[in-house]
Structure formats: C-alpha cells, structure tokens
Design a protein around this ligand. Structure first.
Ligand code: ANZ
Length: 734
C-alpha cells in the first residue's frame, strides 16, 4: 500500500483530463442538457485567493454532481475584461490594457486550472476581444433600431482633474475617489438604454425564477414601482404669470394637508418662480447642490436645507396659496421633480416644516398617531386612517379616499393616475478608454448559433457573489427580454436558478488585497493538494454564508482524505459481503449526500463522509466490500475528483469515474432498523416492544418500565434490579 501522494495523482489526472478532452461538452452527448455558469472573473491583475476559490469549487461540485446524474453538463468559463478596474490596473503597470489583460488572463487561467474544475476551455470567451464585442455591438444596434438606445444630454458626476465621468459609487463625500478633487455635475451627451420600458416585465419575471428571496427583494426595491397620481397646481410667478406645476404623489388622500411645495433645485420653473430679492440665496443654493451625489441628497441623516423662492402655488382642492421652496431632497430625476408637502403625514416634510417653521395640518386621523401633552403631533403619522379636514371627503378611509380625490380632480383635468419607477434609463456611455466601443458595424455572420441557443439556454444554475444582486443581474435580464421581443431567442429569463456564495473572511474582514488579509491557495495546494483545499473551502461553513478562514482547520480535512486513501487502498479487491449495518449505513450515506448536495448543505455533507469513514474503521474494523467502496468513491468524486478518479482506476474500472452513475438508495434501508425487545418481570415475559436497533441501554430501560403491562405487574413496587441484554431483552427483578 502506497501513501497518499496527492502531488503525483493530481498532476496525473489534470493531464489526463486535458489530453482526453474530458471536460469538453458535446452537443451530442446523451441526457438532458444542464447549463451551470459561474459569474466571469475580471482579469484585473490580482491573484486568485482562497476567497475566489470558494465559488468555483461550489459550482464545480454542482456540475460534476449533475454530470454523474446523467445530465449533459455545460460548464464554460470566460473573462469580463473591459472596464475601469482593468484600465486602472494597466495604468498602474504602465502598459496597454490589451496587453495587460492578455497577461492577466494567462495567469488567472493557470490558477483556475489548479482547482481541477471541469471547465470546457474550448468555449472560453473574452469580452474585450473583437470577436466577442462585435456582437455586443450588434445587439446594441438591434436595440437602437427598436428605439431602445438613444442619445440624451444628462448630468453626470464629473471630476475636473481626471477629466472623466464617475459612477455614484466612485464619489466619496462629494470628492473623486482617486484624486480627492471635488466632483461637479456636467451635462454631457450620453448613450442611454431604455430599461424603464421593461420595468413591469422585470418585476413579473422574478415570480418565475428560483432565486434567493433576498436578491429578488433587492431587485424589486431597485425597480421601485410606485402607484400614485400627478396633480397639477397653478404656480404664480412674482410678476403674476401663471404656470401649471405638476407634482407626483403616492398619497392624493393627503392633498388637503399640503402646506408648501418643494421643487428640485434644477427644476426648469425655478428661474421663472424666483423673486428678485431671493435670487442671490437661490443661486448659491443651486451651486451647492451641484456638489452632492444623489445618495447624499437622499440620506435620511443629514439636516434638511432649502430656500423659499418668493412665489406661491394654488392647491387645486381648496384654492389655498402655498409657498414654493427648493430643496436638495427632491430629485429632478424622479416623478415630476416637484412635490407637495404634507408635514403631518410624511417624515421628511415633517422635519423640513419643523426646521423652517411651516404649518402642519393633520388630515388623516388614527389612534396610532404619536401626540404630545397638548395633543400636538410628535412625529409624522404615515399610516392609513380616516380623512379629516378634507371637505367633502371627510370620513372616508384613506385608501378609498385616494381614488376618490383623483377621480374628482381628473374630472377637471387637474390629476391623473400614474405609475412611477425608481429605475432609471441606463447611462451606457463610457468616458474612459477601455470599454466597449459603441458601434461602427460590419457583421457578416451571426451573433450566436440558434441551434446551440435552443439546446443550452437558459442557464439552469448561475453561481456567483451577492455583490451583483442588482446591476449585472438586472441588465442581463433586460438584454434577454429585449432579445426575446426581437424574436432572437425563445426564453425571457436568462438564469432559472441562482446561487450566491458567501464571502471568505479573515480576522473578521472580507478577504481582499487592500486589507492585507489574503491567503493564497498556492502554498496550501503545494502542502496538502488541491482536493484537500477544495474540501476545506466547502467545510468552513454553509456555502451561502460568510465564513472565517483558519489555516489550522485544513489539517483535519487532510487527515480525513488520508484515512479514505488508507481504507480504500487496503480493501481494493476484497470479496466480502457487507454486514447488515454497513449496508444500511451505505444507503443512508447515499441519501444524505444526495440531499445534502441538492440543498447546498455541502459542509454538513462532508461531515457525513467523515462519520461513515469513522464507523467503517470502528464497526467494520477497516474492512470494506468492493461495492461499498465504489459507491463511496462516486459520492466523493465531486468533492475530491483527483483522488476519486485515481482510486476508481486502482479498483480496476475502465474509464473515468465521471462516466459512472450516481448511486441510488433504498428508502427502507435508510430508516433506522427495528428489533423486538422482550421485557420480563421476574422471569416472565410481560411485553414485546418494537424499538430502534441502535437504542442505548438507558432508553431500553426507560421504555421497558413504561410499558403498560409491565407497570401493571410492578403494581407500584420499585424494581431491585434491571438487566439489559442489548438488542434483545430487559429483565426486571422485584
Ligand atoms: C405627498 C405625500 C404625502 C407623499 C404623504 C408621501 C406621503 P415613493 O414611494 O418612493 O414613490 N416624492 C415624489 N417625487 C419626489 C422626488 N422627485 N424627490 C423626492 N421625493 C419625491 O415616494 C413617493 C413620494 O415621495 C411622493 O408622495 C412624494 O411625497 C415624494 F403623506 O407626496 B408624497
């Protein structure tokens, strides 16, 4: 028997897999198709650390498991290689991003291969290669033809020093993340994609996919559908001119409680409605707002600020004149960019009214309102209730009143029901160099092979980090829906099932280069082998949760694999029948591993393997029959593919273990075995009990003493002695 020489074994099998094209997917292979996709990595130059490994190991276990179940599995890999991180990395190294990207890909590919995952490298794609992006351009053109891509002047975050537009995420406290220069807003002509046309479809489709609820909720909130009404006020300028002024509100039932209006500082009516004496203050407020990001403007913690314009608007429900203000908490890009303010029933308006001493008028009554000693409102009451101070609508419930008020105003063309979305059209232009060039096209061939698309898509299982919950996953769904509407594909949701792995942490923080807490897999692979590292990645915690990395824990997994190696190699050709107990344990293991993988409980599944091996050593004294070994190896193979493949061969099988079939189990054999326990009182049989075979002495004694007939014969006397013969008899002496 040879020791477990993981180095030789792993090198050997990676070579064999490569040479035989074991991971190449053939369209012609039998079995239903299964498409398992990883979120593609960015080849940005940092090495893969053990945190990156985790997701790839999870998806590989899943793909190999599906293959063993008889599916024809497609598991490709590619590179998401355009974008700011790739450009910044190239700038840092002083070389062209294309050259840098090519180098990074070579490195990362070598590292990915170290995992021993079954990627079909023949289908590798690279988003920055012309062969790839000519087709993203082609899709863009189709969208343009359908009116879904258009150009518009929009204000973007602009860093005057770096001379580039910045994403909201790159603006920190109003300054450029990289150079610290204050960020301004700049109007620029941008390419936009009309994702808002798809808002309802993007919501509806979420009901049809098997995704974590958390991610669905995040997308629902991001799309942010609000049902409400546009209501028209009459604004009167300081010179007496009148302008219709539309506000968007989700609470038309509170119209009688409006005590002022607020416009976004950028609202086009602001110049017309500003009184001369207010001009200076208004101008400086507008200038100040330019330096704030939307995130900062919507922040709940910052104090409300604003300026009175010096003009008024007439409330259509009661003819009252309300002062018009501007404030940064109203965004131009949402609704109509103007709001009516009801401080009694809106938190932000309440805060603003307190700050500037504006009147607060209650129009919704509820016992839940929080009041001070003299009955005044202590905070806005935002819930439902009964309408008061609302003229003809008094006494109606707020829910019912909402519709009635709109109906009444609609009759005078002063209101209409509307649905608004938080979702904005997507600014698709990039000001930087390393990004998809926007079209100059001569597409001769096709973007994709319709037969292949029909066979493989949609993706059955998509695996990646939770940080992509919104943008990437929403855009991908949008593109899919557009292609569906253009009749290029016949499905409209790209990812049927989604799995998000948790992050790997060290010293309590997410593992990352910038935190200086990364662990490289290289030395671990060198010391323990890939299979050990793979299994340890899975063992550190439930896959969907964040987990703390410890270098020490890996020893335990390595010891386990050594025990497996020893046990199997010392039983390679033993012609024995399994004991009844072992047979049952084997069936139970098949059940547990199958269910464990199905429910992604990969860490506890590994514990099941360990228990099985322990009891094989103790109960069976290290003797295993061939069939049990084969079943065990197949179950283990998605986790430790190199070792399983090697031992499978040593058992004398022809061909790869991954051509084998996932074992089945007999449900009856997984149930705890029952035996008949005979209970005697003073030598006479008084009861026969059906109990679990592995019942312990304590429990056997308790059950025996509780049996009704036994109790009757004891007649209240306490036994002098209770003798338990395991699995057979309990003898009670009184
Ligand atoms: C009056 C009112 C009274 C409101 C009340 C709420 C409660 P969601 O649910 O997020 O869609 N609003 C409208 N446009 C806005 C903008 N551009 N910037 C900031 N706030 C805006 O919220 C809709 C509500 O947010 C609208 O309903 C409006 O305030 C405000 F008791 O109108 B409401």
């Amino acid at each position: 028997m040879k020791a477990y020489d993981f180095k030789t074994i792993e090198e050997k099998w990676q070579k064999v897999w490569e040479e035989t094209g074991a991971h190449r997917t053939s369209d012609a292979r039998e079995g239903p198709k299964y498409y398992c996709l990883d979120m593609f990595p960015y080849p940005s130059g940092s090495w893969l650390h053990v945190g990156h490994w985790r997701g790839y190991v999870i998806s590989d276990v899943w793909s190999r498991y599906k293959k063993l179940q008889g599916f024809n599995v497609l598991h490709p890999m590619g590179w998401d290689s355009f974008g700011l991180p790739a450009e910044n990395d190239a700038i840092k190294k002083g070389i062209h991003p294309r050259e840098n990207t090519t180098r990074n890909i070579i490195n990362m590919k070598r590292q990915l291969k170290q995992i021993g995952a079954m990627y079909d490298w023949d289908r590798e794609i690279n988003t920055s290669s012309p062969e790839y992006y000519r087709w993203t351009q082609w899709i863009f053109l189709q969208m343009y033809k359908k009116g879904l891509a258009y150009r518009k002047m929009v204000p973007i975050n602009w860093c005057p020093r770096c001379k580039t537009g910045l994403a909201n995420e790159e603006v920190i406290d109003g300054r450029c993340e990289r150079c610290g220069e204050p960020v301004t807003k700049k109007e620029m002509l941008q390419w936009m994609l009309r994702i808002t046309d798809y808002a309802d479809q993007l919501l509806e489709g979420l009901e049809r996919v098997d995704w974590p609820e958390k991610i669905k909720t995040m997308q629902i909130n991001w799309i942010g559908r609000s049902q409400g009404a546009d209501v028209t006020f009459q604004a009167i300028s300081p010179t007496g001119e009148q302008f219709p002024l539309k506000v968007f509100t989700t609470r038309p039932d509170t119209l009688f409680g409006a005590t002022y209006l607020v416009l976004a500082p950028e609202h086009p009516l602001v110049p017309k409605l500003t009184a001369n004496r207010q001009q200076g203050e208004v101008d400086s407020y507008i200038e100040r707002t330019k330096h704030l990001s939307e995130v900062e403007r919507m922040s709940e913690v910052s104090q409300k600020t604003g300026v009175f314009l010096g003009s008024y608007a007439v409330n259509p429900v009661n003819g009252e004149k309300l002062p018009i203000w501007i404030s940064d908490y109203v965004l131009l890009s949402y609704g109509t960019g103007a709001i009516m303010c009801v401080p009694a029933h809106d938190e932000r308006d309440f805060e603003f009214a307190k700050q500037f001493n504006l009147p607060i008028v209650e129009v919704i009554e509820s016992p839940e309102s929080k009041r001070g000693e003299s009955g005044e409102l202590l905070e806005a009451y935002i819930g439902e209730g009964v309408m008061i101070n609302s003229g003809r609508f008094n006494g109606l419930s707020s829910q019912k009143g909402r519709g009635e008020v709109v109906k009444w105003l609609a009759g005078k063309s002063l209101a209409e029901e509307t649905v608004r979305y938080k979702l904005r059209d997507w600014v698709f232009s990039r000001q930087r160099y390393w990004g998809e060039p926007i079209v100059s096209p001569h597409c001769k061939d096709r973007p994709f092979d319709p037969d292949a698309v029909k066979k493989w898509l949609p993706v059955d299982m998509y695996i990646g980090g939770v940080e992509h919950a919104i943008l990437h996953l929403l855009y991908a769904r949008f593109f899919t829906k557009v292609l569906y509407d253009l009749n290029f594909i016949d499905f409209d949701e790209p990812f049927l099932r989604l799995f998000n792995q948790g992050m790997v942490c060290r010293n309590g923080a997410k593992m990352s280069k910038s935190k200086g807490n990364v662990v490289s897999p290289d030395e671990l692979v060198e010391k323990y082998g890939t299979d050990t590292v793979r299994m340890y990645e899975l063992f550190i915690g439930p896959p969907e949760q964040d987990a703390e990395w410890s270098d020490r824990g890996i020893e335990g997994i390595h010891r386990f694999l050594n025990r497996v190696w020893k046990l199997v190699t010392s039983n390679l050709h033993r012609s024995v029948q399994p004991s009844e107990t072992l047979l049952r344990q084997r069936h139970l293991l098949v059940k547990n591993v199958t269910e464990g993988i199905e429910s992604f409980k990969l860490n506890t599944t590994i514990s099941r393997f360990m228990e099985f091996i322990n009891s094989a050593y103790t109960l069976e004294k290290g003797h295993l029959d061939s069939q049990t070994i084969d079943v065990f190896l197949i179950l283990l193979s998605p986790f430790a593919p190199h070792m399983a493949e090697e031992l499978w061969q040593q058992r004398g099988h022809q061909g790869s273990i991954f051509e084998a079939q996932w074992p089945k189990y007999d449900e009856a054999l997984t149930k705890p075995q029952e035996i008949t326990l005979v209970v005697q009182v003073n030598g006479k049989v008084r009861a026969k009990l059906q109990v679990d075979a592995d019942i312990d002495r304590q429990e056997a004694k308790r059950l025996a003493l509780e049996a009704p007939n036994v109790k009757a014969h004891l007649a209240g006397r306490s036994p002098q002695k209770v003798i338990v013969v395991p699995r057979r008899l309990v003898n009670i002496v009184v």
